[in-house]
Ligand binder design. Structure first.
Ligand code: 5IU
Length: 263
């Protein structure tokens, strides 16, 4: 695995992508490589979890379209919490259409994702035009994109040539694309430093009966060379213990990172 022994701080210094630099510096400053996935359907619940987990996370991952009572104030409050607790926001939108359509889905509509999400992601199924479309909207705003090169679920078709081609696309757009949602590190040369954000992380269970497959933070960070662990139900699935669980995953992720860097 290439570059995984380097610290987040060293990588921030050398990284060609502005959004990646911000994230790596934040991770180092906050000593957290934990992203919480808050898949809840009410505004109050989302804000409450964001506020409780805020001190422990580098990144808050949203599915904004599942919130029943979404309004512009939710976004304002999330942005305030992001500043207060020092985390970035990742809307897990998984864009999948042609360039001309995704640029409108990203910048317009009810959610106006580009106006508040520092990071979003896209499938590579449509080919490179999807990156061109999203870049037109996101790059002037300083946003960053990650590609889905490998999904976490059983039987996912994101493998083999699909994964290889997805990495090749990212390589051609390094001003905007800085990493992947994947299960392994994807770098092929020492000059390359794509961040890998990895879902399917849990300490207590192996699956969810709907295809999800869980690995431990140690496995994700040390054995597979991923950079950010994404944890959903492992944290928000315990509504009375959000802080305890967030701290538990933050510590497990950070200890694994220290072990990987031999610090
Ligand atoms: N997610 C995955 N797997 C993937 C991708 C995204 O689980 O390959 I791309 C999302 C779905 C959910 C979160 O929002 O990550 C994982 O939540 P749980 O930790 O609750 O399984």
């Amino acid at each position: 695995m290439i570059n995984t022994f380097k610290t987040y701080a060293d990588r921030a210094q050398q990284h060609p992508n502005a959004c990646a630099r911000d994230l790596l510096m934040l991770m180092e400053r906050k000593k957290s490589n934990l992203s919480i996935a808050v898949d809840v359907t009410s505004k109050a619940e989302l804000l409450s979890i964001a506020n409780q987990a805020g001190p422990y996370i580098c990144l808050l991952k949203t599915h904004i379209d599942i919130v029943d009572d979404f309004d512009a104030d939710l976004v304002d409050q999330l942005e305030t919490l992001a500043k207060q607790h020092d985390f970035m926001i990742f809307e897990d939108r998984k864009f999948a259409d042609i360039g001309n359509t995704v640029k409108r889905q990203y910048g317009n509509g009810v959610y106006k994702i580009a106006s508040w999400a520092h990071i979003t992601n896209a499938h590579t199924v449509p080919g490179e035009g999807i990156i061109d479309g999203l870049k037109e909207v996101g790059l002037p705003l300083g946003r960053g994109l990650i590609l889905l090169s490998e999904m976490s679920t059983k039987g996912a078709l994101t493998k083999g040539d699909y994964t290889v081609e997805s990495v090749a696309m990212a390589r051609r757009h390094q001003d905007f694309v800085f990493g992947f949602i994947a299960q392994h590190q994807m770098n092929e040369t020492p000059d390359e430093d794509f961040l890998v954000l990895t879902p399917g992380v849990g300490l207590d269970v192996k699956g969810d009966g709907m295809g999800q497959q869980y690995h431990t933070p140690h496995d994700a960070i040390v054995s597979r060379g991923c950079d950010v662990i994404i944890v959903g139900r492992g944290i928000y699935g315990h509504p009375d213990q959000i802080q305890t669980q967030a701290q538990r995953y933050r510590d497990a992720g950070w200890d694994a990172y220290l072990e990987r860097c031999k610090l």
